[in-house]
Ligand binder design. Structure first.
Ligand code: ADP
Length: 606
């Protein structure tokens, strides 16, 4: 009993183990999941593929076919996730799945009877026959091309590759694509309604539509037709057709079973034929030319490779550029800052120069007023003389008129004297007024000896006991002109003469004649030496002579010589003092350049 029980238990365990191990396998083997590419939606794909799948199901009684109709993305996801055992798809998609996931074709579709499996899918580019200018694919430049979809293999990609080979690249904008969507007859509608100039369709479609009477024969023409021996006109080479392929994990036994079933299907029942698997290399080549899936990496790859190859150079260039930019910016900033500083400094300098100039003019003016002030006592006396003479003559005339002794000759002489004395007084006043006037810097070409004579006359006119001043003129006839401010030079000379007179007075030789020698100096300029016979100077005094405010006089300002030297320097000249060759006194020497041209009024020296 125990033995029987044991045997029974043993058989139940063996059965359970058998069922556990083999049942799932048996169930799995029964299901065959087939992914079918559905271009125009699930419904139309189901209608198209139903006859084939039904026949196949009939040939595989031990299995249950489970078709799923997928778009391109769905197809890839299903293969990647292992949700399908077989795929039925177009050549482009098959090549992509083969390259990316290792699906293996077991059969290739043949569409028309008599085709071989390697040459079934081609494309025709058609135009309306009345478009006479469009003969070859090259003629499509600038035209609109209708096609069903950019992803359609026979409906667009084959044409795209062929156009590229003919130098017309849609990606470069050589043509304008017009995508109509499925069914493909919409492409022909686009040509009919004028929304496109040419259309891309699968080859044999035009011939079929003509056969069925849906398109009048000869209404459309195929551009650049190839393979005259083939039954349908095509503008492109002919590629292998749709592939029936096994997923990577599908067992070879199952693949073999399905393949045998597929090849054994009668064409009349399914409406299509499956042949031996074709060589898809031409499809690979075409997709590589277009650099689209699975060769889209070539686009990135090229760019990446370039970047990888040249990035050190690009980085170095970028760094150089950045350095150069930084340097340029820095230089620009520095230049701008320096320019601002320089302009400010220049403006400050100009302002300073202006104020120095204004001060100098003020000083010169003050100095002239000071000379006038010092001379005013004698000036009053000087003016007194002509006024007294005029008064005398006038009184004399009145007296003679009273006692009836006024002759016309006496009246004329008195009038002449009065006029001459008035003129003398007016001359003195005019000189003083001109001398005292404030003025800005001027330059005039004047005859130098004439200028010196004028200064001497003014000096002697203003001082009643002025000593004689001898002017010794040693200038050659053709080199006498100087370009100066005459009044300033006169101011210097007056100052020197007055200083000389003061020194002669101190030395009690006030009546001693003074001399002014004018001659050509060693540097080819003019040299004017004013010699007096006064006290002369000690060495210490001589070194301070031109210092502003240096004076030995009780009422002196000590500005005369320093202003005189600055006037000499403003004329490009010098002023210095030296002891005379012989005798007492001092020589003050003013040197100024001669003018290049003669003065306008060529008065002779007096
Ligand atoms: P100021 O005449 O008002 O003193 P200056 O600058 O003209 O001012 O002269 C400065 C000083 O130089 C005078 O005080 C004087 O001592 C001295 N000096 C100028 N000229 C002579 C001269 N010809 N002989 C001697 N001393 C002179």
């Amino acid at each position: 009993m125990r033995r029987r029980h044991f045997r029974t238990t043993f058989s139940s365990v063996r059965l359970a183990a058998f069922l556990l191990l083999w049942l799932p396998l048996a169930v799995a083997a029964a299901d065959i999941r087939i992914g079918v590419l559905a271009w125009q939606g699930e419904e139309s794909a189901a209608a198209e593929w139903q006859p084939l799948l039904a026949s196949l199901q009939g040939s595989l009684p031990g299995h249950r076919l489970q078709p799923s109709y997928l778009d391109l993305g769905g197809m890839e996801n299903a293969v990647a996730a292992g949700r399908v055992d077989f795929v039925v798809t177009n050549p482009g998609n098959y090549v992509a799945l083969e390259a990316l996931y290792g699906v293996t074709r077991i059969a290739t579709q043949i569409i028309e009877a008599g085709q071989d499996s390697a040459h079934t899918v081609g494309s025709a580019v058609i135009v309306r026959d009345d478009r006479h200018a469009l003969k070859r694919l090259e003629d499509l430049k600038g035209q609109r091309l209708a096609a069903v979809s950019p992803d359609a293999f026979g409906g667009y990609q084959v044409v795209w590759a062929e156009l590229k080979r003919h130098g017309v690249d849609p990606e470069d904008g050589d043509i304008t694509p017009v995508f109509t969507g499925f069914p493909m007859t919409r492409v022909i509608e686009a040509l009919e309604n004028g929304s496109a100039d040419a259309g891309a369709i699968r080859s044999c479609l035009l011939e079929r539509l003509e056969r069925e009477g849906r398109v009048p024969a000869g209404r459309y023409r195929v551009l650049s037709p190839q393979g005259a021996e083939r039954p349908c006109k095509s503008s492109s080479p002919v590629y292998p057709g749709w592939a029936f392929a096994a997923a990577p994990k599908t067992s070879p036994g199952l693949a073999r079973e399905v393949l045998i079933a597929l090849l054994g299907l009668p064409a009349e029942r399914t409406g299509q034929t499956w042949g031996v698997p074709a060589d898809y290399h031409p499809v690979h080549g075409m997709l590589r030319e277009l650099q689209i899936t699975p060769y889209d990496f070539l686009r990135e790859h090229r760019l990446e490779a370039q970047i990888r190859r040249y990035w050190p150079l690009a980085a170095a260039l970028a760094m150089l550029l950045a350095c150069w930019l930084a340097y340029t910016l820095r230089v620009e900033v520095l230049v701008q800052r320096r320019t601002r500083e320089l302009s400010a400094a220049l403006a400050a300098r100009d302002q300073l120069a202006e104020s120095i100039q204004a001060h100098r003019q003020q000083m010169e003016h003050l100095s002239r007023l000071s000379i006038l002030g010092e001379l005013s006592g004698t000036l009053a006396h000087e003016l007194n003389q002509p006024l007294a003479t005029i008064s005398n003559y006038a009184l004399g005339l009145a007296r003679r008129l009273d006692n009836g002794t006024l002759s016309s000759a006496a009246t004329a002489q008195a009038a002449a004297e009065i006029a001459s004395e008035s003129e003398r007084a007016a001359g003195i006043l005019a000189g003083i007024r001109a001398f005292a006037r404030k003025r800005t810097r001027i330059r005039e070409t004047v005859d130098l000896p004439t200028l010196i004579d004028g200064a001497v006359r003014l000096f002697r006119g203003m001082i009643h006991d002025a000593p004689q001043v001898d002017v010794i003129d040693r200038l050659p006839a053709d080199r006498r002109a100087v370009e100066v401010d005459p009044l300033q030079i006169q101011q210097v000379l007056l100052n020197l003469l007055k200083n000389g007179l003061d020194a002669q007075r101190s030395a009690r030789r006030s009546g001693h004649p003074m001399t002014i020698t004018v001659e050509i100096a060693a540097d080819d300029g003019a040299r004017i030496s004013v010699r007096d016979h006064g006290t002369g100077m000690s060495g210490e005094e001589q070194s301070r002579l031109f210092e502003p405010f240096f004076t030995t006089k009780a009422d002196g300002m000590g500005l005369g010589l320093s202003i005189s030297r600055s006037i000499a320097e403003a004329h490009g000249g010098t002023l210095d003092a030296l002891a005379p060759d012989a005798g007492p006194g001092l020589v003050l020497r003013l040197q100024i350049p001669l003018a290049a041209t003669a003065p306008e009024t060529d008065e002779p020296a007096q």
